[in-house]
Design a protein around this ligand. Structure first.
Ligand code: G
Ligand code: G
Ligand code: MN
Ligand code: NA
Length: 243
């Protein structure tokens, strides 16, 4: 309850900040950013989302926090656009947010209010949040993708994967979970999984992001395997965008 109260205060007092982690293409050129929330706690310093997102979700505060994240990320897109940089930003969406009756309208309003190009907004979903009401989820994703918003599947391969999601939903990007990327050069099973996801993405004409790329060897090997986008400490840790 203490933490829950503090979370409410955090929203009111603007204690949340967004860090951004770069995604690069095969040439190492910036292809986008992922927005990652942090809590600048008055006593405890910078807190990781792992510490407070679960409580935000169980208490329902994730709706308001998620809206703040969406607005803030869209304002960042607008800033970049004003500097002549058309760079997409991905925002993590929680199941509760996606399930809101008015989620489509909320996203539309933020896009309209900030005046950004909808194609510069990417929403990251996880497999586990899709299965509850697939028919409704499908309508939501279709409505937003008609506007130009794109969707990626985060942590791909770790959830309740169903390939029918890829068939039935307008998903354009798969993000290979970093648990597979971590040791794929040494572990044959991980290597097979990474290679299979890349191959599947290629066949389905989806972009594929390798998460958690930490060294040059991994980058080169993933590149050779046909991976299209890369994210990880090798290219940059999550940090504020300087502007
Ligand atoms: O940034 P870091 O690696 O510490 O993030 C840990 C987890 O928190 C990740 O799974 C990430 O998806 C999640 N996360 C980060 N920012 C947000 C956010 O704005 N909204 C939601 N729902 N989850 C987030
Ligand atoms: O679940 P999601 O993919 O949204 O989580 C992103 C999290 O992964 C962020 O908290 C970020 O700090 C972390 N992360 C990003 N790149 C790397 C990396 O190269 N290595 C490790 N260990 N973690 C990373
Ligand atoms: Mn993510
Ligand atoms: Na992930």
């Amino acid at each position: 309850q203490q933490l829950e109260r503090e979370l409410k205060t955090a929203l009111l007092e603007q204690q949340f900040i967004l860090h951004y982690q770069v995604k690069v293409d095969a040439k190492g050129k910036v292809a986008g950013y992922e927005a990652l929330i942090r809590w600048q706690h008055p006593e405890q310093g910078l807190l990781s989302p792992n510490v407070f997102i679960p409580l935000a979700e169980s208490s329902g505060l994730i709706i308001d926090i998620g809206l703040w994240v969406l607005k803030t990320a869209c304002l960042q897109i607008k800033k970049l656009t004003q500097e002549g940089l058309s760079i997409p930003i991905a925002v993590n969406v929680s199941e509760l947010q996606l399930g809101q009756q008015d989620f489509v309208d909320v996203v539309k309003q933020v896009i309209t209010a900030t005046g950004i190009k909808p194609t510069l907004l990417e929403l990251e979903l996880t497999e586990s949040m899709l299965h509850h009401d697939l028919a409704r989820t499908r309508q939501t994703l279709i409505s937003l993708s008609t506007l130009g918003v794109t969707f990626s599947l985060d942590d791909f391969g770790t959830g309740y994967s169903s390939l029918s999601y890829l068939k039935n939903l307008p998903i354009s990007v798969l993000k290979i979970d970093r648990s597979f990327v971590k040791e794929f050069l040494n572990e044959t099973t991980d290597h097979a999984i990474v290679s299979t996801i890349i191959g599947m993405a290629e066949s389905l004409k989806l972009a594929v992001v390798a998460e958690g790329v930490e060294n040059e060897e991994q980058f080169q090997a993933l590149n050779a395997m046909g991976c299209s986008l890369f994210q990880g400490y090798l290219f940059g840790k999550p940090a504020p965008i300087k502007n």
